[in-house]
Design a protein around this ligand. Structure first.
Ligand SMILES: [Zn+2]
Length: 270
C-alpha cells in the first residue's frame, strides 16, 4: 500500500508527499477513534470541548474548526465550551479577541462554577470528572489541561500542530484501563464472587450454563459447511483442467503445421 517516497517526489513534487502524510494522519485518526468507540462507548455526534488556546491556534494557522473537525473525525461533531473558558478570554483582552469570537459560536455547556468562575484549564478538567461520562474530546493547546486529561482514562485529545488538527494517540491511562478491563482486574475478586452468588440465587448462573450447552450441541449436530464446500471444489475443477490441456496440445499441433506451411511459403517466395 505504501509507495516509495522518492518516486512520488519525482512525479509530482511536494504535493504528493504532503498527500501521503495526510493519508497516514487520517488512517491513524480512524484507528484512534475506533479505539474510543469500542472501549469507551464514544458515539456520534462527537462532543468536542474546546478552549481559547485551541481557537487561538486555529486562527493563527487559518484552520476553520467547524469545517475541519467533522472531516478529520469522519463524523458528526458538536463543538462546545464552558462559560469559564469564555470569561477567561474576555479578561485576557484584545490579543485574544479573535479567539473569543470563534469560541462564542460554540455551545456553552453547564459547569459547576456558575457563581465563581475558575480558570479555563481547571474548568475543562472538572468537566471530565473522573471517568469522562459525557464522552468529551478535548481540543486544547494548554499544557495543564493536556497533562491533566492524560491521567483520566478515555479522554481523546485534539491539538493543532504544523497547520493541522491532530488527534493524539490514546494515553497510557486509557491503554492501562482497557487492559485492566480485558484482564477482569477492574472488578475485584471479592466483587466477582458476590456477583456469582447473586446470579446463582436468581438462577441466572444456571441459565448461562444451559445456553452454553445448547450452543455446543448445535455445533456437533450440524456438519461443517466448509468441509462440504472443499469436496465439491476439488471434484469440479479437475475435469476442465484436463480439457484445457488437451486443447492446448491440439493447438500446438496446429501451430506446428502453420509454421511448416509458412516456412514453405517463404521458401517459395525466395
Ligand atoms: Zn466552569
Amino acid at each position: 500500500m505504501l509507495f516509495p517516497l522518492g518516486q512520488l517526489r519525482s512525479t509530482d513534487g511536494k504535493r504528493v508527499v504532503y498527500r501521503v502524510h495526510a493519508i497516514k494522519r487520517q488512517k491513524q485518526a480512524k484507528k484512534t477513534i475506533s479505539f474510543y468507540k469500542y472501549n469507551f462507548g464514544f458515539r456520534e455526534p462527537f462532543q468536542i470541548l474546546i478552549d481559547g488556546t485551541f481557537c487561538q491556534a486555529a486562527l493563527k494557522n487559518k484552520i476553520q474548526i467547524k469545517e475541519q473537525m467533522p472531516k478529520y473525525l469522519m463524523g458528526e461533531v458538536q463543538l462546545c465550551t464552558t462559560s469559564c473558558a469564555l470569561k477567561e478570554l474576555e479578561t485576557l483582552g484584545k490579543q485574544l479577541y479573535g479567539a473569543k469570537i470563534i469560541l462564542q459560536r460554540f455551545q456553552v455547556r453547564k459547569c459547576p462554577h456558575f457563581k465563581e468562575p475558575v480558570s479555563a484549564s481547571e474548568c475543562l478538567l472538572s468537566m471530565l470528572e473522573e471517568t469522562n461520562p459525557h464522552h468529551y474530546f478535548v481540543a486544547t493547546q494548554d499544557y495543564t489541561v493536556t497533562t491533566g486529561l492524560k491521567k483520566i482514562p478515555g479522554v481523546p485529545l485534539l491539538y493543532i500542530i504544523l497547520n493541522t488538527i491532530v488527534l493524539d494517540k490514546p494515553s497510557q491511562a486509557s491503554l492501562d484501563h482497557v487492559q485492566a478491563v480485558q484482564l477482569g482486574e477492574l472488578v475485584s475478586p471479592a466483587q466477582q464472587q458476590s456477583i456469582r452468588t447473586l446470579k446463582e440465587e436468581q438462577g441466572i448462573g444456571q441459565k448461562d450454563r444451559e445456553r452454553r450447552g445448547k450452543k455446543r450441541k448445535r455445533k456437533q449436530s450440524n456438519p461443517n459447511p466448509l468441509s462440504c464446500l472443499k469436496k465439491k471444489k476439488k471434484g469440479v475443477p479437475t475435469p476442465p483442467l484436463k480439457k484445457t490441456e488437451q486443447e492446448g496440445k491440439r493447438k500446438r499441433s496446429r501451430h506446428k503445421k502453420r509454421k511448416v506451411e509458412a516456412g514453405d511459403g517463404t521458401a517459395a517466395n525466395t
